[in-house]
Write a protein that binds this ligand. Sequence first.
Ligand code: AMP
Length: 452
Amino acid sequence: MPKKKNITKKTTKNPKKPQAVKEELLLQPPRGMRDILPADQVYWQQIRRLSEKAAADFGYRRIDIPLVEFTNIFSRSIGEGTDIIDKEMYSFSTKGGEKVSLRPEFTAGIARSYIQHGMNVSPKPVKLYYSGPCYRYDRPQEGRFREFFQFGCEALGEQDPVLDAQMIQMGWRVIYQLGIRSVRVSVNSIGCPACRKSYRSLLVHYFESKKQKLCIDCKKRLEKNPLRILDCKEDKCVQVRASAPQSIDHLCEECRVHFKELLEYLEELEIPFDLDSNLVRGLDYYTKTVFEFLTVSEGGGDAKKNALGGGGRYDGLVKMLGGESTPAVGFSLGMDRLAVEMKKLGARQYKEPKPRVFLAQLGVFAKKKSLRMFEALERSGIRVAESFGRGSLKSQLKVADRLGVEITLIIGQKEALDETVIVKDMASGNQEIIDAGKVVDEVKRRLKKIGH
Ligand code: AMP
């Protein structure tokens, strides 16, 4: 029997050169990442609008920082032994050998920028706000993504607890204005490094005596980051920590007064808050105040708490990164979770301002004139709709009808040559021919007369 020829091998021109294997093209983003399509932007736009307005109202100025920082900016600030640093960072080496990471949050990068740009000489507090994507390689689930978006504010250079209260006020206001009403604020104070040291040893002493009852992760946390045992979700750890010493009972005088004043401000603002002695927020840089914005949704009998945002004071961070000692406080909101919650509640969406004028055209020459007319109208602040791709006047007028515009402008072949435009009042159906040069003023006059 003749030997069967291997056809696939025959196509190899140079047998020594390995053939490039064509990888399967996956038409989807990596796990935990997604597109935010126009249909959902009505929520996102509302979030962006209201959060930026709140920031501006409270005197915050926008800052944009790179998506990528040197890895040690994050590991020094957030701290080894935290989930973010140990498990969740997207870290890689660049072609130049730099060790960098995608930001898992903004505060560390902002503190770096504050030092680098000498913002310490600016009037205090330096008030900054930001928004943008963050990356954490966590297990994706409802409301938890690997790429997610945060909006947040940071105030650097002021230690007064009134700023802590203002942060909570701002975050709460944004959430409330978005239509999410079942929100509560959890607050706690984890003290300053001085009082935390003695509290930490009390905690270690307590958990050591119950070590057998802790989960594997918490056994490790006992050495690295014992405060984190307080926010473990494992049932057995929840039970053990029920009688653990609480940080607010072990604050030094300064931290105690700071916390007391914050709570008084919150009462004054009538913001509903709960003291949560288990709230520690997990990151190393926090001092004194920590807080979270929570919604409680009833799901199948058990109430599920959903963190829409959180923040706290980080008086030691700037110094930790090499700057001068700078008290600071900040918060961030999870925009993805806000959008999910708004959708669930059927909250008010952002509505694009409706166009009031439609521009129709007929013929190539008229189309050219229309392009210019469109720009002239837009430039003078008139919102215009068009459907330039359509040829027939009838189908264009149909679109105008559907949009419910008040005026339709028509440029046909004749009008294009005469430099005129037909102005049609959609309510009465009356038409008038006017000079092209006068259209903008005429449209403005008519719209003003119609009013809103
Ligand atoms: P954190 O400082 O980690 O508490 O983050 C602040 C807020 O960002 C949280 O309260 C969430 O609303 C949001 N957030 C954090 N991680 C994620 C994630 N993986 N996916 C979606 N939102 C997140």
